[in-house]
Design a binder for this molecule. Structure first.
Ligand SMILES: *Cc1c(COP(=O)(O)O)cnc(C)c1O
Length: 425
């Protein structure tokens, strides 16, 4: 696709775009929101679903478990079945539950079974810290040495080389846990290839898909991934702290879940209150306690929006928007103002955000963007992440963001900003 740097061209792209759902979301009028990769905007349908759950609680009390419009007793599995379509899984392979970090604990407790020969847990040094903390804590719980956790090195500090990853699939590796999209650079790993290579070596492999779910269509079942986790508050617009989700390949159903609890029971037996745990024959078995109904309800509304827009369309438009953004950065910010793009260039190697690096001034530029009503986010030490969201951003907003960056660089307005980071980002 050939782009052009003019504002008129941005407006033309918008006029040709017949898929923009901006009016389905809440957003302050004068704000350009480019942070849907950290916390997606609230869909009106998400609000309606939440209010309907609140109303059911008011009117039904405990009967809401079975009589609510979305009966609470089945919500985790029902949402899981809808979510399964978004990530390319079979109906019983996804459950909406927990939080990403707790789900990682759960899946490590399920699938990391060091033997005398295979003891290593392979992750990478660019992974989201919480995932690493979970792994370290899990090794301590098991009384394993800390060096059972092997962190793959990055050669350039922002991306991982898939050949390096595959070369580390040694005979002493018990489990691999990798991100699908790296949270800083936005690099997308080839999940299918890595899964096939791990399986050739008899290694179980799982993915943290927080930065790809709702942005990239997956085929977890077809690719034969062992397990995956993701949150629902980033691209999936479920709201702050909304429940997370897990994929567990059908092949592993029947395996004892690592953090068992009564909500993982076979549903028809749960209220028998037997002291012997009888797990559900689906990913539902990996639930622990009572589902967080109000943190799950908005996800149903959000999925309505995704089902109507289509995951394939999300990815197609997202790639077009990020390609356009990269074109504008290359044309206007790289040589002129010392920026670089830390995101891989190839379409199949990048997720939904663009990582804009600036050697020394990224913190102040980020703060200055916020002062100009552009919401990006900053990741230490020098990355500004910009995520044009297919569902609700426009090409003109992409154009304006680059124009505002150019303007604050030319005017040097960013120099008056504080260099201190806030407590969040
Ligand atoms: C956002 C994110 C998390 C957050 O985990 P929570 O348990 O929801 O706080 C974990 N891992 C990755 C890779 C993330 O992007």
């Amino acid at each position: 696709m050939k782009f052009d740097i003019s504002e008129a061209f941005a407006k033309e792209l918008d006029s040709l775009d017949n898929l923009n759902f901006a009016d389905r979301f809440y957003k302050a009028n004068d704000v350009i929101y480019m942070d849907g990769n950290s916390l997606g905007l609230m869909p009106k349908a998400g609000e309606a679903a939440l209010l309907s759950a609140v109303e059911d609680y008011k009117n039904l009390g405990i009967d809401g478990w079975t009589e609510a419009r979305q009966p609470w007793f089945y919500v985790a599995e029902k949402l899981g079945a809808r979510m399964a379509k978004i990530v390319g899984a079979l109906e019983g392979e996804v459950v909406v539950t927990g939080s990403t970090t707790v789900n990682i604990h759960n899946l490590l407790a399920t699938f990391y079974k060091p033997s005398s020969k295979r003891t290593k847990l392979l992750m990478d040094e660019l992974n989201f810290p919480s995932d690493i903390y979970a792994a370290q804590g899990h090794l301590r719980l098991l009384g394993r040495p800390a060096d059972d956790l092997v962190l793959l090195k990055s050669q350039d500090g922002v991306t991982l080389d898939e050949d390096d990853i595959i070369a580390a699939f040694n005979d002493d590796v018990a489990l691999v846990l990798l991100p699908s999209v790296l949270y800083r650079s936005g690099q997308l790993l080839d999940i299918e290839r890595l899964t096939a290579k791990a399986h050739e070596k008899g290694i179980i492999i799982g993915f943290d898909c927080c930065h790809s779910a709702g942005s990239i269509p997956h085929k977890f079942h077809e690719w034969d991934v062992d397990f995956a986790v993701w949150c629902c508050y980033k691209y999936l617009n479920g709201g702050p702290g909304s429940s997370a989700a897990m994929f567990i390949n059908r092949r592993h159903h029947g395996t004892q879940p690592g953090l068992p609890g009564w909500f993982g029971s076979d549903k028809s037996r749960q209220f028998d209150m037997a002291l012997e745990f009888e797990p559900a024959g689906s990913a539902g078995a990996w639930q622990t306690g009572t589902p967080h109904i109000f943190s799950m309800a908005p996800i149903g509304g959000s999925l309505d929006v995704f089902e109507e827009f289509g995951m394939g369309n999300v990815r197609e438009k997202s790639l077009k928007m990020t390609s356009y953004l990269m074109f504008l950065i290359d044309s206007l910010l790289v040589e002129q103002h010392g920026f670089s793009i830390a995101t891989p260039r190839e379409l199949q190697r990048r997720g939904g955000h663009v990582a804009l690096a600036h050697g020394t001034d990224a913190i102040r530029i980020n703060a200055c963007l916020k002062a100009h009503s552009v919401i990006p986010d900053f990741r230490f030490p020098n990355i500004i992440r910009l995520a044009p969201i297919a569902l609700y951003n426009t090409y003109h907003e992409v154009w304006r963001v680059v124009d505002i960056i150019r303007e604050i660089m030319v005017s040097k307005k960013y120099l008056s900003m504080d260099e201190k980071r806030g407590p969040v980002a």
